[in-house]
Design a protein around this ligand. Structure first.
Ligand code: ADP
Ligand code: MG
Length: 228
């Protein structure tokens, strides 16, 4: 059985998928068997054949050269670009967490280093109906995962990163580190953002990803150490 790491973001569209692509690529380029899994993806696009295309999974699959099939990469694919709990309601297709757990463990058995991407930020309702109330952090806790946080390097990130870390700690979910995305080198505010988040939480900014970066600037040994 392999090791795993959960990727969350300080919000939606923050660059989780982009950074995850670079992470899995880095592992695979180093000759390691890196894989990808996502429990629920909303905002999928219908192709000309009427098949829903899960953009996040296809992006990481291509960038990192995993070569995996769609059903092994994502358990639930919804077209509506809304929170999974609402997309599930609109489609009358609620998430079965037994299935998510099986799919996750199958992926973890197959790959030495499995990177699981979340939906939205850490407080993202996955299921909210008469039978069950499940938020993304419940799933992360249930699967015993440690978390890496993708945060935008710019204005507002101290608030969203520190809140995310405090929430994870309140839920007793291990925080492995932060990656800054859309980073502009030598920007006084962005460098101070990193320093302030580190000082306030003790969590380190482990890597800085610039717009358009094709490689993750991080030692593969450090990256490997984040997986458990
Ligand atoms: N460092 C980056 N360089 C170039 N484009 C980026 C970068 N980070 C994010 N993007 C783009 O921004 C959009 C949102 O990023 P994405 O990774 O899909 O966010 P999330 O997975 O958190 O919702 C995508 O179109 C993605 O390609
Ligand atoms: Mg994504």
């Amino acid at each position: 059985m392999g090791k795993a790491l959960f990727i969350t973001g300080t919000g939606t569209d923050i660059g989780k998928t982009y950074v995850t692509g670079l992470i899995v690529k880095k592992l695979r380029d180093a000759g390691l068997n890196g894989g990808y899994y996502k429990a629920a993806l909303s905002g999928a696009v219908l192709d000309e054949k009427g098949v829903l295309q899960p953009g996040d999974a296809l992006h990481v699959n291509a960038v990192a050269g995993i070569g995996e099939s769609i059903p092994q990469l994502v358990s639930y694919i919804y077209q509506e670009a809304v929170s999974p709990h609402l997309a599930a309601k609109l489609n009358d297709e609620p998430i079965d967490f037994g299935r998510v757990e099986r799919d996750y463990h199958r992926a973890k058995d197959k790959y030495e280093y499995l990177t699981m991407e979340g939906s939205g930020g850490i407080i993202c309702p996955l299921r909210w109906d008469e039978k069950q109330h499940v938020i993304l952090d419940d799933l992360v806790k249930h699967l015993n995962l440690g978390v890496l946080i993708v945060a935008d390097a710019g204005l507002g990130t101290i608030n969203s990163a520190v809140l995310t870390i405090e929430h994870l700690r309140a839920r007793e979910i291990p925080v492995r580190g932060i990656i800054f995305n859309n980073y502009i080198p030598h920007d006084i505010m962005q460098d101070d953002n990193a320093k302030m988040i580190e000082a306030m939480t003790g969590v380190k900014v482990l890597a800085y990803v610039k717009k358009g970066d094709k490689e993750l600037d991080m030692k593969v040994e450090v990256l490997k150490g984040l997986y458990e």
